[in-house]
Design a binder for this molecule. Sequence first.
Ligand code: AMP
Length: 112
Amino acid sequence: MEDCLFCRIVRGELPAAKVAESETCLAFRDIAPKSPVHVLVIPKVHYASLEEVPDASVFGAMSMLAQQVARQEGVATRGYRCVVNTGEDGGQTVGHLHLHLLGGRAHGWPPG
Ligand code: AMP
């Protein structure tokens, strides 16, 4: 996807604060953090949202990188929240599948 913001980060055309990488996924800090730790985990291949994912491997790989990042960032013991906003009602603003990893503070339920 030529103009996709996160595809451009994957290709190295836009800067990002990368924290981890696997063969298929990339993790980088959210530019406008909502928690002390706020990392986005994305597949390197473009999927517009969770609705486009064809099988379990994509989200499985994202989850495993999120687990690694949580440990790396020191939030695994106390806990963290993973959020995948999907579509308009889900509050998705960037059209490339991404998982928000939020940690470093208590996150209430339901989310505000
Ligand atoms: P969502 O609203 O779920 O689509 O989340 C998109 C997230 O991408 C927001 O939290 C933004 O702050 C974040 N974001 C947008 N542009 C960038 C960027 N260039 N680098 C890092 N994070 C970004």
